[in-house]
Design a protein around this ligand. Structure first.
Ligand code: NAG
Length: 308
């Protein structure tokens, strides 16, 4: 019933958006809050993150909402974003085979030409923010996503990704409240570090298994150079200096995650990379750390304090 006045409401009555918490978008037509997450995740991981907000991946039931959600998401990024629709039947053309994770009816679709296309036994749905069109997608694909939750529920987590958390190119991680950026450019440690410092940060330090996993996901997300054997292998800020391992950003070394047999070659390998992808011969290093020599070239991850 609020549909015709969505925009008026959001401009004139700050209280309306306040009921969604900072960074969330109030969708008046559904009396619900939307949070846009720019971290690429699988459909299932995304739905689990939404559950921490007492919500679900967003569902869409009419053109007005479809346009609203698409245009809101486009403020955060271009391209595909998960919606909460899934089917576990191979026939994706039958709407009865689909369900929304929030339990609502699958009563509206806005497929792009040529869609829906089969994805095997299961399929999930993405929205293209530019065109507001839908397409079926392998549920294991990694995409940004939108959560929705009732505006009467106060989120239990101080969650939410909002643009002002981080400068352009950086992704916010709610658990650490830091911003991170993966740069897929093979370069020396010193050059990588200078680049991070020029952004007001430093090479990433890692202080928990969750932060490590977040950086693994982030470093996989930007990969374009699959023919390089170290394509998912990124410098982090751990260096061996004055006979001990230290983080370049000065934070405490309170978490270590070396691969089997690492660190080795301690006469010259005083720098560290996070091996986000198992090299064929180094599976034990998967998601763990390897110490490397200064001449080794890697992509790198910067970390900086949020803007807020
Ligand atoms: C979906 O992606 C997974 C992982 O990349 C792959 O193993 C699977 O074959 C894909 N399914 C289809 C139908 O393409």
């Amino acid at each position: 019933m609020f549909q015709p006045t969505i925009f008026v409401f959001s401009f004139l009555i700050p209280l309306v958006s306040a009921q969604c918490g900072p960074g969330a978008i109030y969708q008046a037509s559904g009396s619900r809050c939307l949070n846009v997450f720019r971290t690429a995740s699988s459909f299932q991981s995304a739905e689990e993150i939404c559950a921490t907000l007492s919500g679900h991946l967003v569902s869409i039931h009419n053109t007005i909402d479809n346009t609203f959600i698409s245009s809101q998401a486009q403020k955060y990024f271009d391209g595909g974003v998960w919606l909460g629709a899934k089917t576990t039947a191979p026939d994706v053309t039958n709407p009865l085979n689909w369900y929304w994770t929030d339990g609502s009816n699958f009563d509206y679709q806005n497929y792009k030409v040529g869609q829906p296309s089969p994805q095997g036994d299961t399929a999930c749905m993405q929205l293209q923010t530019g065109t507001a069109k839908w397409q079926t997608t392998n549920c294991t694909a990694q995409l940004p996503f939108i959560c929705s939750y009732s505006s009467s529920v106060t989120p239990t987590c101080p969650s939410v990704t909002i643009p002002s958390h981080c400068p352009s190119g950086y992704t916010w991680y709610d658990e650490t409240d830091f911003c991170y950026k993966n740069t897929v450019r093979f370069t020396s440690f010193n050059d990588a570090r200078s680049s991070c410092q020029a952004d007001g940060g430093d090479l990433a330090s890692i202080h928990s298994a969750n932060e490590n996993q977040f950086l693994v996901d982030l470093s996989k997300a930007g990969i374009t150079n699959k023919d390089k054997s170290h394509s998912d292998d990124v410098f982090i800020g751990l260096v061996y200096q004055n006979s001990k391992w230290q983080w370049t950003d000065g934070s405490a070394v309170n978490f270590l995650n070396w691969g089997d047999g690492e660190p080795n070659n301690m006469d010259k390998e005083w720098w560290t990379s996070l091996v986000a992808d198992p090299h064929e011969d180094k599976n034990t290093e998967n998601t763990r750390w390897n110490n490397v020599a200064q001449i080794d070239m890697r992509a790198f991850i910067c970390k900086k304090a949020p803007l807020h």
